[in-house]
Design a binder for this molecule. Sequence first.
Ligand SMILES: Nc1ncnc2c1ncn2[C@@H]1O[C@H](COP(=O)(O)OP(=O)(O)O)[C@@H](O)[C@H]1O
Ligand SMILES: [Mg+2]
Length: 274
Amino acid sequence: MSGNPYQDDRGNRDRSIANPLGVGEVDGYRESGEVKPAPGKPFLSAEGMVGGYGGGDILHGCTITVERGEIAVIVGPNGAGKSTAMKAVFGMLDLREGSVTLDGRDITALTPQARVREGMGFVPQTSNIFTSMTVEENLEMGAFIRADDFRATMEQIYDLFPILRDKRRQAAGELSGGQRQQVAVGRALMTQPQLLMLDEPTAGVSPIVMDELFDRIIEVARTGISILMVEQNARQALEIADKGYVLVQGANAHTGTGRDLLADPEVRRAFLGG
Ligand SMILES: Nc1ncnc2c1ncn2[C@@H]1O[C@H](COP(=O)(O)OP(=O)(O)O)[C@@H](O)[C@H]1O
Ligand SMILES: [Mg+2]
């Protein structure tokens, strides 16, 4: 397989899927056509997030940061607010307090669609594909904000997930769980995001399929795309994480490198089953 920018085992460091200028023009930010440097700030910085769904706060001062090309993983018990934190970062939840910056730009007030234009891609935990549409139609839907030719991006996604090329004319709903998750990830990659957010991408798949998906996610990160991922398979996810967050009751309980968290006796006992 040639020309796959995700496969860097032969030294290929092509970053073409990660458009460094984002997609299209965004008012105010890039009038000069240059990406503004963000000295001292992580690429994504979601700081002190407080908010919920109206009936009270779920997030109580949660902070998540991700550097460029880094894999950051959020783990924690059911109901801890992991999905809520992801929605807050993506703009699906109004924050009462806190801010979100991407590449130094304050995006706290932007809609999810505007955040996609700023370089975010999001794969939600549920309902993340259009089951009655074909695989290829799902990818086309993913390109909704693009006015340019997205065939090359689609080919890159087919190189990353070859089974999707084989099944491109099939309804996505007919695919296996692992293949559907590939469709969902591929759909989010169609906008050439700089930050890819994944909420439990391996939910309900076998250990072998999980390993396979993690390998593909590592490949994506190696192209320079930052990954922010929520995972139930905490141990395996922390093994591939540059940075891990343990979230408990909407707040940061533990933060460290994946390795540190895996070695931390308290984290092991309370969250990794010993
Ligand atoms: N749409 C919603 N409306 C009201 N409450 C919600 C909604 N979604 C989640 N919650 C509540 O927010 C809390 C955190 O949920 P969630 O972020 O989904 O947790 P996690 O992803 O860590 O399992 C839970 O108590 C859940 O019941
Ligand atoms: Mg969740």
